[in-house]
Ligand binder design. Structure first.
Ligand SMILES: NC(=O)C1=CN([C@@H]2O[C@H](COP(=O)(O)OP(=O)(O)OC[C@H]3O[C@@H](n4cnc5c(N)ncnc54)[C@H](O)[C@@H]3O)[C@@H](O)[C@H]2O)C=CC1
Ligand SMILES: O=C(O)C(=O)COP(=O)(O)O
Length: 529
């Protein structure tokens, strides 16, 4: 079997490569070079990048086999998540891998700016012993304004507290009480600009935040203010900052990120009071090891078709331990549903009953849809595009939960209404300490069978001799029965035979059996990949 191909388009830690191990063919390319990147994408299953690779719609279109884009770091502004979602490609990042490093680098730039470390260093090494020129300012009793009190903003706040600063922040998406717990007072953007002696930016780059600190804003700051940006270039408008520095409306700046990178000739470099680093916020051994191993694990999970907690374009977050075993079961229920229905339903209910309904089970809806559409569309169906496939086909999907489950501790049902009004349903459960999966209901008939690779279901008028006929016909075609169950509504009413068999039943044999027993319906289901 050929190994899945993982294209590593930027430097990835040894530890990350080690996690990928021997199960993958790992290729390297320079993601910043389009002429290398685009052809290299032709047959890759996964792509790992940092901030220098533009994973835009063109790159995604150049990668027809691509299943996951992994960003070994935080910012996803270089990945077109919408285009990836449309193509069914999962996008993951490593959201906490480098936040400590970014926060520490921020503190380094704040202190470097306050005490002219870089300028004095350069002067001294070129033979100048200048002390008064590089007189700085203390942090003690100063006001530090944090733009964006998210993961990194909060770590910066914690780290600056012991310096005796007053902390204020602008973040309209955070509760003031939560900020107060961290010793930070939430204020409006203008209040922050007017009050702060140091301003540090920790916002994501978005339509809203690009240019958030522009000309107007830099006219209302204190002239003694020092600005630090370890978030993304362009959030502080570079031209506006240039003018403000030139006109003495800003005292200094510490800049790690630029509107266009790499950047080696920014006009900002002409100012002695600007200390700059080449996007080094995440560049520590520790952060790179964490980012590399986290994304490598996510890539492995994604390519194995498993749930990936760090995925950003599919329901993320931790899946409760009790819910995890329900994922493969629910996907199988979806596939059985489609085999039984033989067509796309107009509406689908994913019902989760019993103890697990107390957990966040939304991911089970995705698993069901993945199963339902797996046999239907040509393209690979993933947790990412399954909801889009349902939407495109006008299938109304509802997740229903209930704590009540009279017969089983937990039951998951996929039930759908077809165009002619018929209802098709299939239910499964996980039982015992080993979480054995069982199908416990099909179209209203109770049963207990394992969802093995090959299944078949026949509905017919209840009468003697049917089991024998089914057994004989399968035997004649060399299909070995592993288990068989008969379930009926009332004696002499309708009955359903559920079979598990060792090999796939050819469709003509299914038809022959259905014909000989006068079945209303006969369906075989193959669950192997
Ligand atoms: N220089 C470097 O090497 C690194 C840079 N970064 C960048 O740092 C930035 C922050 O990262 P995290 O703290 O992990 O993100 P986060 O998502 O945890 O925090 C962002 C915060 O900004 C707030 N926010 C969003 N839009 C806003 C708006 N329009 N106005 C005010 N507040 C707004 C959010 O409510 C949130 O609290 C990102 O841009 C990321 O790409 C991250 C790691 C390393
Ligand atoms: O994680 C982030 O958002 C960063 O900015 C780090 O970028 P990098 O991985 O160092 O190219």
């Amino acid at each position: 079997m050929t190994k899945p191909v993982v294209l590593v388009a930027e430097e990835l830690s040894e530890a990350g490569l080690a996690v990928l191990g021997a199960d993958f063919e790992v290729r390297q390319t320079d993601g910043a070079d389009r002429s290398q990147l685009l052809p290299a994408l032709a047959d890759v299953d996964a792509l790992i990048v940092r901030s220098a690779t533009q994973v835009d719609a063109e790159a995604i279109a150049a990668a027809p086999k691509l299943r996951v884009v992994a960003r070994a770091g935080v910012g996803l502004d270089n990945v077109d998540v919408e285009a990836a979602t449309k193509a069914g490609v999962m996008v993951v990042n490593a959201p906490t891998s480098n936040i400590t490093s970014a926060a520490e680098h921020t503190v380094a730039l704040i202190l470097a700016s306050a005490r002219n470390v870089a300028q004095a260093h350069t002067a001294l090494k070129s033979g100048e012993w200048k002390r008064s020129k590089y007189t700085g300012v203390e942090l003690d009793e100063k006001v530090v304004g944090i733009l964006g009190l998210g993961k990194i903003g909060q770590l910066v706040a914690q780290r600056l507290q012991p310096f005796g600063v007053e902390l204020i922040a602008y973040d309209p998406y955070l509760q003031p009480a939560r900020a107060a717990q961290m010793g930070v007072r939430l204020v409006s953007l203008d209040e922050l600009l007017q009050q702060a002696d140091f301003i540090t930016v920790h916002l994501p780059k978005s339509k809203e935040t690009v240019g958030l600190i522009g000309d107007r804003e830099l006219h209302i700051v204190k002239p003694t203010v020092r600005l630090v940006n370890v978030a993304r270039g362009g959030i502080i408008d570079e031209n506006a900052l240039y003018s403000a520095l030139k006109e003495g409306r800003v005292a200094g700046a510490g800049i790690d990120v630029f509107a266009k990178e790499p950047c080696t000739d920014s006009p900002l470099f002409e100012f002695d009071q600007v200390v700059a680093t080449p996007h080094l916020g995440a560049s520590t051994h520790e952060a790179q090891e964490k980012a590399g191993t986290q994304v490598a694990r996510s890539v492995k999970l994604a390519l194995a078709g498993e749930f990936v907690p760090d995925a950003v374009n599919v329901q993320g977050g931790a899946v409760a331990e009790d819910v995890k075993p329900g994922l493969p079961l629910t996907e199988k229920l979806g596939r059985i549903f489609t085999a039984l229905a033989g067509e796309v339903a107009t509406s689908l209910d994913i019902e989760v009953r019993g103890e697990i309904s107390a957990q966040d089970v939304r991911v089970l809806e995705l698993a069901a849809l993945k199963g339902v559409f797996s046999g239907v569309v040509e393209d690979a169906v993933t947790y990412v595009n399954a909801p889009l496939l349902a939407k495109d086909r006008g299938v109304v999907v509802e997740l229903v939960t209930s704590a009540e489950s009279p017969d089983w501790r937990n039951v998951i049902t996929v039930r759908g209404v077809l165009a002619d009004g018929r209802t098709v349903s299939v239910s499964g459960t996980l039982s015992g300490p080993r979480q054995i999966t069982k199908i416990v209901e099909v179209n209203g008939y109770a049963m207990e069978i394992e969802p093995t690779e090959h299944l078949a279901f026949f509905t017919y008028a209840d009468r003697p001799g049917i089991v024998g006929t089914v057994g004989r016909l399968l035997g004649e075609h060399g299909v070995n029965i592993a288990s068989m169950q008969v379930s009926r509504d009332v004696k002499g009413g309708k009955a359903l035979i559920a079979l598990t068999v060792d090999t796939a039943i050819p469709s003509e044999v299914v038809e022959q059996i259905a014909g000989e027993i006068g079945a209303d319906s006969g369906r075989s289901v193959d669950l192997e990949d």
